[in-house]
Every structure is written in structure tokens, then in C-alpha cells.
Design a protein around this ligand. Structure first.
Ligand code: NAP
Ligand code: G4F
Length: 342
């Protein structure tokens, strides 16, 4: 089996590559051409994908129809996972058109190309809980109405409906995973969980004194990316294409993330966090909580990583990255100097 993963250099691209390679797939992973220092391949290196002979990295920008066509006609893909996106919600308020180009037009380019040249290829779209936005029910499932609160959410809604339309109009195996927030040590540093765990590690290693954040009241249903890419793969190996919510069903606040991350290194977040209006959004999503019942019953999917363990894993990873050995740090009663990993 041959899989194409767009947006392979992101968090999910790395985990999905590792999963599919482990299942014996040949994987072609793409992202747009960036500067030539190859730093965008860091995650793929860390999960061991780059050294696997069944993995090939190539460049492709989903906003360019001709390069999408060239890729899809150059070889046969059994399955395409479209993870490519401008995925940072705050940035979408600054660059709504660019976000829409990638997150909606890019999806149309892929769907059109599959329709024209490779109709049997299965297509996965990375839909998101951000589409639910301002919710009026306790738990969101596949039937919950959308009320997006950002240009990112609006573009993802449009893409979601396009996938549904290509499925109905052309009988294509096209489906969307409506994934709630998922994090890991490979999460982008701009997202709130990783910003906090990286900030904690910088405070411990005395590189900074505090962290500036926006609202601490937002609540999200946060799971682990490794569990969530498993959900994607399960959706793509069903007999019929269907959309699925992937979530834990448990909600926490930004304050909970702070509480866990700081107390893990023996500090009180109240002494280190300041609020900064620059990180507030014109309209935000106050609370999300997913109902993954359909994924549980039809796919047999279950999350395996506990929220608190995930945040601690991220703090430990960032401590290590900032030259503090977490084990020595705890054994020496919280001395970063004694635990310097040099
Ligand atoms: P991510 O880390 O931001 O990765 C996004 C990927 O898209 C990167 O490889 C990026 O390349 C690539 N990309 C950006 N512009 C592109 C373009 N014009 N053409 C092709 N590729 C482009 O995102 P993620 O967290 O892995 O999420 C993967 C997907 O799931 C995204 O579509 C996201 O919107 C969606 N999603 C994420 C979550 C979550 O909580 N993580 C939840 C629901 C849905 P560079 O590395 O070169 O920038
Ligand atoms: O970590 P966030 O930036 O994630 P957000 O906006 O929920 O989006 C992520 O999850 C979506 C799934 O629902 C994905 F589709 C999307 O691609 C992305 O992966 O922010 C979470 C919450 C927000 O309410 C934000 O306002 O945290 C709040 N927050 C408070 N201070 C902050 C900050 N967010 C960020 N990024 N940085 C802050 O300083």
C-alpha cells in the first residue's frame, strides 16, 4: 500500500508516517518548499521516518493545482491523507485569505485531481472541532451544527462540506476526521499547551522569568496526537467512507494545563504567568468537549493517554531540550544547575 501524506512535516504528519511505516506502507510525505536548511524535517527525523527506506520526502504546495496534479499522476497512491493547513487559529485572523487558500482551495485541488486522475484513491481530510465553535450542547458529535469563530474554522467548514459533496456526487471514498485538540512533544511551539511546557522548561533553566498568555478560561478536549492518528488510519480502512469525531470526552481549561505543568517542577504558576491582550482573539471558542461514541462503537477506537501524563511528558521533553535532565532535576530536589544535561 502506498500513502501520500500532505503536511507531513507537522505534528500529525510525523506520527502518521511512523504509524503507516510500522504497518508496512510505503509513504510519500510532502510539504511546501521552504529554505534549504531542512529544519522542517526535524520531527520526521525524531520519529525515525526519514531513515526508513519506505519513506520518501517531496515538496508540494496544495494551493498549486498543477503541482498537485503532477504528484497524483506521477505514481499510484492507495490513500491520501490531507494534513496540510495553516493550522494556527490566531494567525487566521491576520491572514484570512492565505488561510482559506490552503485550508479550502487546497482541498478542492486535491479532490479535483483525485476525481480526474485516480478515482479509486481514498481521501482523508483533517477536519476539526474548531468548526463547532460556539457550542450550545454539552458534547459535540458528528451531527452537531457548526458555528465557526475564526477564518480558520470557516475555511475548514467549507472543506468539510466539499469532502461530503465529492463523496455524494462522485461516489469517492472521501471522509473527514473531526479531530479535537491533540498535543504531544511534537506540537508546534505556538499552541497553548506547548507554549506553556516550553515556557516552564525555559523558566527552570533560567532562560526567562515568565510566560505571557491570553485567556486562561478557555476549555478544550485535549488528547494525544499518537492516539489521534490511529483514529485517522482506522477511518480509512473501513468498508464505507464516513466522518468520525475523535476526542477524549473530557474537558480541561488552560489554567489546568498551567497547574499541572508548573506543579510538575515544583512551582506555582501564579508567580510566573501574566496575561497579555496580544494573545486574545477577536472571537474565541470558549469550550469544546467531544463525544467519540461513534468512533468507539464503529472503529473500536479508544484514547490511551491520560491528560495529566501527556502534559508531564511534554514538560519532560522540553526540559531535556533546554539541557535539564528531568530525572536528575527531580533527584536533586529541583536544582537546574545540578541537573544540567551537558
Ligand atoms: P501543523 O503541525 O501545523 O502542520 C501543518 C502542515 O501543513 C505542515 O507540514 C506545513 O508545512 C503544511 N503546510 C502549510 N501550508 C501548506 C501548503 N500550502 N501546502 C502544503 N502543506 C502546507 O498541524 P498539525 O497539528 O499536524 O495538524 C494536521 C492537520 O490537522 C491540519 O490540517 C490541522 O488543521 C488539522 N487539525 C489539527 C488539530 C490539532 O489539534 N493538532 C485538530 C484538528 C485538526 P511546514 O512545516 O513547511 O509549515
Ligand atoms: O492551543 P490553541 O492555539 O488551539 P486552538 O485555537 O484550540 O486550535 C487548535 O486546535 C484546533 C482543534 O479544535 C485545531 F483545528 C487547530 O488547528 C489548532 O491545532 O488555543 C487554545 C485556547 C484558545 O482559546 C486560546 O485563545 O488557548 C487560548 N490561549 C490562551 N493564551 C492561547 C494563549 N492560545 C495560544 N496559542 N497562545 C496563547 O498565548
Amino acid at each position: 500500500m502506498h500513502a501520500l501524506i500532505t503536511g507531513v512535516t507537522g505534528q500529525d504528519g510525523a506520527y502518521l508516517s511512523a504509524l503507516l511505516l510500522g504497518e508496512g506502507y510505503q509513504v510519500t510525505g510532502t510539504s511546501p518548499r521552504r529554505s534549504s536548511d531542512n529544519s522542517n524535517l526535524r520531527r520526521l527525523m525524531e520519529v525515525g521516518a526519514l531513515e526508513n527506506h519506505k519513506f520518501k520526502y517531496d515538496t508540494m504546495d496544495v494551493t498549486c493545482a498543477s503541482s498537485v496534479d503532477a504528484m497524483i499522476t506521477s505514481q499510484h497512491f492507495d490513500v491520501i491523507y490531507n494534513l496540510a493547513a495553516q493550522s494556527y487559529v490566531a494567525e487566521s485572523f491576520v491572514s484570512p485569505l492565505a488561510t482559506t487558500q490552503i485550508n479550502y482551495n487546497g482541498v478542492l485541488n486535491l479532490l479535483e485531481s483525485i476525481k480526474k486522475f485516480s478515482r479509486e484513491t481514498r481521501f482523508y481530510q483533517a477536519s476539526t472541532s474548531e468548526m463547532f465553535g460556539l457550542v450550545d450542547c454539552e458534547a459535540q458529535n458528528e451531527d452537531t451544527k457548526f458555528h465557526p469563530r475564526s477564518p480558520y474554522g470557516v475555511a475548514k467548514c467549507a472543506a468539510h462540506y466539499a469532502v461530503q459533496n465529492y463523496r455524494e456526487a462522485y461516489g469517492m471514498y472521501a471522509c473527514s476526521g473531526i479531530l479535537f485538540n491533540h498535543e504531544s512533544p511534537h506540537r508546534g511551539i505556538e499552541f497553548v499547551t506547548r507554549k506553556i511546557t516550553d515556557g516552564v522548561a525555559k523558566i527552570v533553566s533560567k532562560q526567562r522569568m515568565d510566560i505571557s498568555l491570553g485567556t486562561l478560561d478557555s476549555q478544550r478536549d485535549w488528547g494525544h496526537a499518537r492516539d489521534y492518528v490511529r483514529g485517522m488510519h482506522m477511518m480509512m480502512t473501513q468498508d464505507r467512507p464516513e466522518d468520525f469525531v475523535i476526542a477524549t470526552g473530557v474537558t480541561h481549561s488552560v489554567r489546568d494545563v498551567l497547574e499541572i505543568a508548573f506543579s510538575h517542577v515544583g512551582l506555582d504558576y501564579r508567580d510566573y504567568v501574566e496575561q497579555d491582550a496580544r494573545y486574545m482573539r477577536p472571537s474565541d471558542v470558549p469550550i469544546l468537549c467531544g463525544d467519540p461514541s461513534k468512533a468507539r462503537s464503529k472503529l473500536g477506537w479508544e484514547p490511551t493517554v491520560d491528560f495529566e501524563d501527556m502534559i508531564k511528558e511534554m514538560v519532560d521533553f522540553d526540559l531535556f531540550r533546554h539541557n535539564v535532565d528531568p530525572l536528575k532535576y527531580f533527584l536533586t530536589g529541583g536544582s537546574a544547575d545540578a541537573a544540567a544535561n551537558r
